[in-house]
Write a protein that binds this ligand. Structure first.
Ligand code: FES
Length: 111
């Protein structure tokens, strides 16, 4: 079982900013360092509700909500999820807290 689940937004606004390509690149990078997905799995997510700040990506169960993610950030995100490096503060706290809280409530729920 993976320690972490990384969700990349697949919604319309984030897709327009390149989230589908970003998802593929992140998945490939994670597969290079963690082929069995033992430390982290990456999945798509329909929309986090912070559309104007995309590309959005979350790391669960850390409760880290990254916004305005670009391809250049992926190395550091891989270090975070695979090597327990500290979260990238510059990408955190951009969406409103109540938007984040709704997402954590949903992701924390087993259903
Ligand atoms: S489209 Fe990505 S948060 Fe809504």
């Amino acid at each position: 079982m993976s320690d972490r689940l990384v969700y990349v937004c697949d919604g319309g606004d984030c897709s327009e900013k390149g989230s589908v390509e970003l998802f593929e690149k992140l998945r490939n990078r994670l597969a290079e360092v963690d082929p069995g997905e033992e430390k982290a799995r990456v999945r798509k997510y329909p929309c986090f509700g912070g559309c104007e700040h995309g590309i959005n990506l979350t790391v669960w169960p850390d409760r880290v909500f990254y916004s305005k993610v670009k391809e250049d950030d992926l190395d550091e995100i891989v270090d975070h999820v695979e090597k327990n490096a500290p979260p990238l503060e510059r990408l955190c706290g951009i969406v409103k807290k109540d938007v984040e809280d709704i997402i954590w409530e949903m992701l924390d729920s087993p259903y």
